[in-house]
Ligand binder design. Structure first.
Ligand SMILES: Cc1ncc(COP(=O)(O)O)c(C=O)c1O
Ligand SMILES: N[C@@H](CCCC[NH3+])C(=O)O
Length: 400
């Protein structure tokens, strides 16, 4: 579709997401992992439309807050296919989560809290989130599998946690879980994690004479943001990881668990672009700054992780420029070295691979209004999230 038409019709800044690309990616996952449960991690991008697409494509859904759970329920996402996460679930969230397919327990205290909330006669399926001691991921801030970070139960404390779950008749230990990090582009760390986790299944079987039926290896599947990068090879992952699990299970004489994965970014990142318009062009200090009508409020990733993007200014070329945002911080940079020396105010700017962790992490910093989300499918575009208005911002401010 013509992005210039979309920009004229819906205004800028705007997020555009290709529904067919998302659906195709869901199918790729199911095809590459035929005997694995694929749960889309909603934290990457969750709107009512997205939750419906994922439900229709037959994936499960990983949610990590009462807000994400409310959204999932609002479109009737099947409860049994919802996995509820969180390292600091509030009492209200925990109460609300009872009844979903799986609740992922992050710490020992949660075991008793959750058990107390399960209505008489019901049993809640739970996973125990384990810290496998493996470090992987695109940036220190998103490596979550090593010791010395806040998530999960250390390997040394797992046996105690398992004993506690097994002693609660209101809970059923459905699986073990780990999530080693995000934006991981090679299969090896997942194979390592899988081995550590199968060892834990064997430990549980030996000490408690219990078979844990499921093993959730989390998400973290990386994508290419720039032309010379590569993402995680899904085909390779799909053959190698189940094989590692099967072999180790055979060796340790543990029944093979049903595998679960939780990709977020890899399902939706490449299906999205962000559209901006150039507001001003300024030459100073030997550099050319092209300032656009959005910035760190709709994309905090460069400031948070030093993330880099492929940016196009259609019809423009020439000297490298720095594309900057509109916010009151010098770190509000969208991309460096974009060949667009002849850019002019009013030009369209397109940032690629912004489908994941952009809309989801947007803010109204400087009281700017969050962009709309436009979905395209089969040659037509429609609004799935409207633009935030100053009235939306004022509604929450109740004055003095
Ligand atoms: C528990 C859990 N599952 C899945 C994900 C999804 O991660 P990604 O978007 O990197 O696939 C995350 C975030 O990294 C997570 O914390
Ligand atoms: N928000 C991060 C990923 C964190 C994944 C959540 N566990 C990013 O944009 O890369």
């Amino acid at each position: 579709m013509d992005l210039a038409d979309i920009a004229r019709r819906f205004g800028t800044p705007a997020y555009v997401v290709d529904e067919d690309a998302v659906r195709a990616r869901c199918r790729d996952y199911l095809a590459a992992l035929p005997s694995v449960t694929v749960a889309y991690a909603g934290k990457a991008f969750l709107t009512q439309a997205m939750a419906s697409w994922v439900a229709e494509e037959g994936l499960s859904l990983d949610v990590c807050s009462g807000g994400e759970l409310t959204l999932a329920r609002s479109v009737g996402f099947p409860e049994s296919r919802i996995i509820f996460h969180g390292n600091a679930k509030t009492p209200a969230e925990l109460r609300d989560a009872v009844g979903v397919g799986r609740v992922v327990i992050d710490n020992v205290a949660e075991i008793h809290r959750l058990a107390a909330l399960v209505p008489v006669g019901l049993r809640q399926d739970v996973y125990l989130r384990v810290t496998p001691g493996i470090e992987a991921g695109g940036h220190a801030a998103i490596r979550t599998g090593s010791e010395g970070q806040k998530f999960g139960i250390p390997l040394t404390e797992l046996s105690d946690a398992v004993g506690r779950v097994l002693s609660q008749p209101e809970l059923r230990l459905a699986g073990l879980h780990c999530h080693i990090g995000s934006q991981i582009t090679s299969v090896a760390p997942f194979e390592e994690a899988a081995k550590v986790m199968v060892d834990q299944l064997a430990m549980v079987r030996e000490r408690f004479a219990t078979t844990v039926p499921e093993l959730d290896l989390g998400g973290g599947h990386g994508v290419a943001y720039l032309d010379d990068e590569h993402g995680l090879d899904l085909g390779h992952f799909g053959t190698a990881v189940p094989k590692v699990v099967a072999e180790r299970c055979r060796r340790l004489r543990v029944p093979e668990p049903r595998l679960v994965v939780e990709p977020g970014r890899a399902v939706v990142a490449a299906a999205g672009v962000t559209l901006y318009r150039v507001i001003s062009v300024k030459r100073q200090g030997g550099r050319t700054f092209v300032a656009v009508d959005g910035g760190m409020s709709d994309n905090p990733r460069p400031a948070l992780y030093g993330a880099r993007y492929s940016v196009a200014v259609p019809g423009r070329s020439g000297e490298p420029v720095t594309i900057v945002g509109r916010h009151c911080e010098a770190g509000d940079v969208i991309a460096e070295n974009v060949a667009a020396g002849d850019a002019r105010p009013g030009d369209l700017v397109v940032v690629r691979v912004t489908g994941a962790y952009h809309h989801a992490m947007g803010s109204s910093y400087n009281l700017t209004c969050r962009p709309p989300v436009v979905a395209v499918r089969g040659g037509t575009a429609r609004l799935i999230v409207r633009r935030e208005e100053p009235a939306d911002l004022m509604r929450r401010d109740v004055g003095r």
